[in-house]
Design a protein around this ligand. Structure first.
Ligand SMILES: O=P(O)(O)OC[C@H]1O[C@H](O[C@H]2O[C@H](CO)[C@@H](O)[C@H](O)[C@H]2O)[C@H](O)[C@@H](O)[C@@H]1O
Length: 341
């Protein structure tokens, strides 16, 4: 009797295992209530893949983008941190590579090129070290309008004689009247953040960065509260947040988007219906420029991100190494000569 019971139990176990195995292999068991098709597992798209479907890679789309750009006046805008240089712990050591510098230099030989950064104009210039690009610092609040026009005198060619080392242009600084208040805020902040280990200030000319990349997470709230307490006495300033940085800036209607429009205007390029601004940036402040390009309905807003994020950009590049490839290809790209085979 016992032997019979053992035999039945063993038989049932073997049957169950066999049926599981068949299921896993896609076979139907005779006991299936409904006939099921053999299921071929579809790969579930990762969130980055589905984000990429909405913001296609600037590299994969390169040929298509350039085809649509042919015959148009391209102007290239490049953010600095996180775009031309990788994000690093020490903001003073965010150097760009020699290859990146060479690629930007080559691009600038063919297209008017603007470096637009949250840093002070002098600082970003020190990092980039190129004299054939235009610079806008303090999120576009510090622009040196070049005395050499972007156009040659016949208006047909991009002027490659541009030399931005000669600061003989006219400064455009819409937040100039805030400078005394910025100095005062800087002093107050120096005292306020003293006790918070790892917090550091960066004087960006027309705005101030309070870095917390090196601050312990438990101190974040305290730091933010201290910064906000300083701003209570300065209601005409606002606080925004970037990548592990709090940014204090004058509350004026001026951002990277306005700066983009301003450059197109002052370079004598905005009247052309053929203008094609390309803007590459990684941070929240770059979204203002993406918005402007989208509104114009002309140009390529490209976000640099290796994670899905909410953005107005139409295209994406994963990180500065992809920016380098994109710029190197752009530097080599030549407008097809109309009429040639
Ligand atoms: O407009 P950007 O040129 O992107 O400037 C935005 C801020 O960039 C810098 O900070 C960021 O990069 C640092 C170096 O990699 C990193 O340490 C920091 O955590 C990032 O937020 C710059 O130092 C800030 O002043 C700019 O506001």
């Amino acid at each position: 009797m016992k032997f019979m019971l053992l035999l039945i139990v063993t038989f049932k176990i073997i049957k169950k295992k066999l049926s599981k195995l068949q299921g896993a292999m896609g076979f139907q068991t005779p006991h299936s209530s409904k006939p099921t098709k053999v299921q071929v597992a579809k790969p579930i798209p990762s969130s980055y893949d589905s984000w990429m479907a909405r913001h296609p890679s600037g590299l994969r789309s390169f040929d298509r983008l350039m085809k649509a750009a042919s015959g148009k006046d391209m102007v290239v805008f490049l953010d600095y941190d996180g775009t031309l240089s990788p994000i690093v712990n020490d903001p003073d050591r965010a150097f760009m590579s020699e290859e990146m510098r060479a690629a930007v230099c080559e691009v600038a030989k063919n297209f008017p090129t603007v470096i637009i950064s949250g840093r002070s104009r002098d600082k970003v210039k020190d990092f980039v070290k190129l004299n054939n690009v235009y610079y806008a610092g303090s999120h576009g609040m510090d622009i040196m309008v070049p005395s050499v026009p972007a156009r040659s005198s016949d208006g047909d060619h991009y002027n490659m004689a541009l030399d931005t080392t000669k600061d003989n242009g006219v400064p455009f600084q819409p937040a100039k009247k805030f400078l005394p208040a910025i100095r005062e805020i800087l002093k107050l902040l120096e005292n306020k953040i003293k006790g918070i280990q790892g917090a550091r200030l960066e004087d960006n000319g027309f705005c101030i960065s309070v870095h917390f990349r090196q601050v312990q997470e438990k101190d974040y709230v305290e730091l933010e509260e201290r910064v906000k307490s300083v701003l209570e006495k300065h209601p005409d300033f606002c606080l925004t947040e970037g990548k592990k940085v709090l940014e204090i800036r004058p509350s004026i209607e001026w951002n990277k988007g306005h700066a983009l429009e301003y450059f197109l205007d002052t370079l004598g390029l905005s009247s052309s219906s053929n203008i094609l601004p390309v803007y590459i940036g990684d941070d929240r402040t770059d979204e203002d420029a993406f918005k402007v390009i989208k509104k114009r309905g002309q140009g390529y807003p490209i976000v640099v991100s290796s994670i899905p994020k909410d953005t107005k950009a139409l295209y994406s590049l994963r990180d500065p190494s992809e920016v380098l490839i994109f710029l190197s290809r752009l530097a080599k790209w030549r407008q097809p000569i109309i009429g040639s085979n």
